[in-house]
Design a protein around this ligand. Structure first.
Ligand code: ATP
Ligand code: FE
Length: 340
C-alpha cells in the first residue's frame, strides 16, 4: 500500500510518501530554526502559524515529485500527538481534509510510535520484540516494543529529556538552537575527561533517567570561567552518554529482547550511536539505529507507522482528537502518574 504521511508536532513541517514495501517515493522536511533562534527555543504560537504556511506547499511538492495524486494513496497518516497542540492540529486537520476529500482512510499516528517504528523502515530484518531507547527532544524512555501498538514502558526521565538537556546545555554555552548538533560539533574539539560533571542515577537500582543535575553542573562550569567551551561540550556529551549506556545496560540485562534499538533526535549523535552499538555487542544483542535524517523529526517515519497500522487494519475516524499528551504505554502513565 501507499501512504501519505504528515508531521507538524514540533518545529519541523514534513511530508512523505512511503510504501508498505519500504520505498520512500518522495519526502520533504522544512525546519523553522531561523524563526525560533532569537528565542533560544521553540515558540508554540510561531510554530503553529509557520506550519499553516508551509505544510500545504510541502504536500503539493511531495505529490508532484512522486507524480502521485491523493487518489492514488491508500491512506493518509497524520501525527495526532503528542506535541505542541497548535502545531499538531495543522497536520491532523490537513490529513482529515485530504482523507475526506479523496475518500481515503485516516491513520492518526502517535509521533512516538513514528520514532519507535522508524528503524523498521530501513531495517527489514528487525522483528519484534526489541528494547527501544527513545531519546528525543521531549522524551527519554526505555520501552519494550512487542508489536504494532504494543509497548511496555520500562523507564522514563524524572526531569529533563536527553535532547532537552542538549538544548539547555547548548544555550548555556551560547550555542545556537537546536543544541544537539551544535554540541556534537563543538565536542569534537574538546576533551571529554577534563570537566568533572555528575552522572545522575548512574548505577541506581531504579530504572529511570535524570538530567537536570547535569544541566546545573554545566551552568556552574560555564560560570566558573575555568574551562574551554569545547571541553565543557565534550564532557557534557560524555556524561549524557554514560547515563544512557548505564540505564540501557540495566534494562538490557533484565530483558530477553534479541535486539537493542535507538531512535529519536539524540540518536542522530555519532558518539551516542557508537556507545550504544558497543553496549549491544557486549551483551550479544542485535543493534539497529536509523540514519540521522530518520532520527530527527520527519514524515517518512509517520507514513511508515501509518503503513504498519494500515496493514494491521488500524485506521481512525475523522473525529480522531489532537492530543498534547499521548503516552505510548498508557498503563504506565496511569500507574506512575504524570512525569514519571
Ligand atoms: P519528541 O519526539 O520527544 O516529541 P521532538 O520531536 O522535538 O521531541 P526530535 O526531533 O525527535 O524531538 O529530536 C530533537 C532533539 O534531538 C533536540 O533536542 C535536539 O537537540 C536533539 N538532537 C538532534 N541532533 C542531535 C545530535 N546530533 N546530538 C544530540 N542531540 C541531537
Ligand atoms: Fe520527535
Amino acid at each position: 500500500s501507499l501512504i501519505l504521511g504528515l508531521e507538524s508536532s514540533c518545529d519541523d513541517s514534513a511530508v512523505a510518501l512511503v510504501s508498505s514495501d519500504r520505498r520512500i517515493l518522495a519526502q520533504a522536511v522544512r525546519g523553522q530554526n531561523d524563526a525560533h533562534r532569537p528565542f533560544g527555543g521553540v515558540v508554540p504560537e510561531i510554530a503553529a502559524r509557520a506550519h499553516v504556511e508551509i505544510l500545504p506547499q510541502l504536500i503539493r511538492d511531495v505529490l508532484e515529485e512522486a507524480d502521485v495524486g491523493v487518489a492514488d494513496v491508500d491512506a493518509v497518516a497524520a501525527t495526532a500527538g503528542p506535541g505542541l497542540i497548535g502545531g499538531v492540529m495543522v497536520a491532523l486537520l490537513a490529513g482529515k481534509g485530504l482523507a475526506l476529500a479523496a475518500n481515503k482512510p485516516l491513520v492518526a499516528v502517535n509521533h512516538l510510535e513514528g520514532h519507535a517504528l522508524s528503524p523498521r523502515l530501513v531495517d527489514p530484518a528487525l522483528g519484534f520484540p526489541y528494547l527501544l531507547l527513545l531519546v528525543s527532544g521531549g522524551h527519554c524512555q526505555l520501552l519494550e516494543v512487542r508489536g504494532i501498538g504494543d509497548y511496555r514502558r520500562l523507564a522514563t526521565t524524572i526531569d529533563d529529556a536527553a535532547g532537552e538537556a542538549f538544548d539547555k546545555a547548548a544555550k548555556l554555552l551560547g550555542l545556537p538552537y537546536p543544541g544537539g548538533p551544535a554540541i556534537e560539533t563543538l565536542a569534537t574539539e574538546g576533551d571529554p575527561t577534563i570537566v568533572p560533571l555528575p552522572r545522575p542515577l548512574l548505577g541506581s537500582s531504579e530504572p529511570h533517567f535524570s538530567f537536570a543535575g547535569l544541566k546545573s553542573a554545566v551552568q556552574r562550569a560555564v560560570a566558573s570561567g575555568l574551562h574551554r567551551p569545547a571541553d565543557i561540550a565534550a564532557s557534557f556529551q560524555q556524561a549524557v552518554i554514560d547515563c544512557l549506556v548505564d540505564r540501557t545496560a540495566r534494562a538490557l540485562d533484565r530483558s530477553e529482547a534479541p535486539a537493542l534499538v535507538v531512535a529519536g533526535g539524540v540518536a542522530a549523535n555519532g558518539a551516542v550511536r557508537t556507545a550504544l552499538a558497543q553496549l549491544a555487542a557486549s551483551r550479544g544483542r542485535g543493534f539497529s539505529v536509523p540514519p540521522g535524517w530518520l532520527c530527527t523529526d520527519n514524515a517518512a517515519m509517520i507514513a511508515w507507522a501509518g503503513a504498519e497500522r494500515f496493514e494491521a487494519g488500524l485506521v481512525d475516524g475523522l473525529d480522531a482528537p489532537a492530543r498534547a499528551r499521548w503516552p505510548l504505554d498508557e498503563s504506565a502513565e496511569k500507574v506512575r502518574g504524570a512525569g514519571v
